[in-house]
Design a protein around this ligand. Structure first.
Ligand SMILES: [Zn+2]
Length: 463
């Protein structure tokens, strides 16, 4: 008798539990539908991106970066977030200067040769003497080639790193990862063998005339030499020229320099949690950009999507259970000082972060998220895919997250990177072509809504 009743009661409890679970899932699904509908019909991120891009390039320490800080604060205040504030951080101040010239003395076999090879200084590079550096150029593909050539063949020359991004990768980030050490460490590696400057093939899979800048590093124990990127078309042409005449001379002139650090800010907006305000969920992008384009995809898109993610909660009158924070990080591109400062203060103030999401891979259609988190957290995120797949979010995989949120890593906070379609990202990345017109309104809005959906699910249900 008792056993039968026991079985019955267990079944009833199980039935109630499953019904509650199904109804919670239905509620989640209905809210997420509302989030996407609001984003796609009344989204504000595209207009915000237009405003941000109108400011122009926003390299750390520049006047435009300061204007972008004011802009971000004003937008969040207008959306009536509960708290909006600035977080002070000192940032590097590198300036390009007005001279960037790389001229061959001969034109090779071309009947109508370009006068200049399109180059731009790499971020952080020192300049050349005013009259430039005149030398022959030696091409390498791998760092090992430097060792093979040896100091005898490299000393006094300009080293040309010409390893293209590997086009066989289906998504483009691994291709970038396989080539970018030439940009970051090329100058240090070549200087060890007595090179006088480096020219690096732009990190792009497209063949065009845009040079792509990006951060490079020096080692204080190695002679500092100037470093510039050359467009992919320029790289092909340069390679041809030096094959025809290995002794051909080129003159490289750069007038970039590093000025003293400047005071700047992370911009933060917050909606306080209604039940667990002490648990914080961050969504962010970086407000600074390289100085050649408008930083539309990198990373204006991530900034406006992050603001939009919180605005969607306000617009739909959803009171989040936990605290939501949009953070526009300063100085991701050439120092990561904003991301480090944010994590440092979070720790000092004993804040408890349970989730941080970063959008810094372009404003293209979202496909999924890479997650740097525990196995249990990943399982929970994967379970939510059944709700998110109708919106084009197909994967949650272990992987990297984002540079700015990286310093928050402590083994408990889940770090997520939004992963949009990647095919065109490196066509524009760090180049003058990264402008507002390259961003599609719907793709941008879908990315912001996807991040809002994750915020909602984790804020509502916890881990
Ligand atoms: Zn970026």
């Amino acid at each position: 008798m008792c056993q039968v009743w026991g079985m019955k009661s267990t079944s009833i409890l199980l039935f109630i539990f499953l019904s509650l679970k199904v109804s919670a899932q239905n509620n989640d699904s209905a809210t997420i539908r509302k989030i996407f509908t609001e984003a796609l019909t009344a989204g504000k991120s595209y207009d915000q991106l237009r405003q941000l891009c109108n400011i122009g390039p926003r390299l750390s320490g520049s006047e435009n970066a300061a204007k972008a800080v004011e802009w971000g604060k004003k937008v969040m205040e207008e959306y009536d977030f509960d708290t909006v504030y600035l977080q002070e951080v000192m940032v590097p101040h590198w300036v390009r200067g007005d001279k960037e010239i790389f001229v061959p003395e001969k034109a090779g076999s071309r009947s109508t040769p370009p006068k200049y090879l399109n180059i731009c200084a790499l971020g952080g590079s020192i300049g050349t003497p005013e009259k430039g550096i005149r030398s022959s150029v030696i091409e390498v593909k791998q760092f090992e080639d430097l060792e093979k050539l040896g100091r005898k063949q490299i000393e006094g020359k300009i080293v040309f790193f010409n390893r293209p991004m590997d086009p066989t990768h289906i998504t483009t980030f691994p291709a970038y990862g396989g080539a970018v050490n030439q940009r970051g460490s090329g100058a240090v590696m070549a200087a060890k063998y007595g090179a006088v400057a480096v020219i690096v093939r732009s990190m792009s899979l497209a063949l065009d005339d845009f040079p792509h800048t990006g951060a490079m590093r020096y080692d204080d124990s190695i002679t500092k030499i100037p470093a510039a990127a050359i467009s992919t078309n320029g790289a092909e042409y340069l390679s041809e020229l030096i094959k025809l005449d290995p002794e051909a001379k080129f003159t490289l002139t750069l007038s970039c320099q590093t000025l003293p650090d400047v005071k700047s800010y992370n911009v933060i907006g917050e909606i306080k949690g209604s039940q667990n305000p002490g648990e914080i969920l961050v969504v962010g992008g970086h407000l600074d950009s390289w100085d050649l384009g408008e930083g539309a995809h990198d990373d204006g898109a991530g900034c406006v999507q992050s603001i939009e993610a919180l605005r969607l909660f306000k617009a739909l009158k959803i009171k989040p259970v936990r605290t939501l924070r949009a953070v526009l990080f300063m100085n991701e591109e050439n120092g990561l000082r904003g991301g480090k400062k944010y994590a440092e203060l979070a720790k000092a103030n004993k804040e408890k972060h349970i989730l941080a999401i970063e959008s810094d891979a372009g404003g293209f259609a979202p496909r999924g998220f890479d997650a740097d988190c525990t196995d249990e957290q990943l399982k929970k995120l994967k379970d939510y895919l059944q709700i998110l797949t109708p919106y084009g979010i197909h994967f949650m995989e272990k992987g990297g997250s984002g540079a700015d949120i990286g310093p928050l890593k402590d083994g408990t906070v889940a770090l997520l990177g939004l992963r949009p379609e990647s095919q065109r990202y490196f066509d524009y990345h760090h180049a003058a072509s990264d402008t507002f017109d390259k961003v599609n309104k719907r793709e941008l809005e879908l990315g912001g809504a996807a991040m809002a959906a994750i915020l909602y699910l984790i804020s509502e249900n916890g881990w």
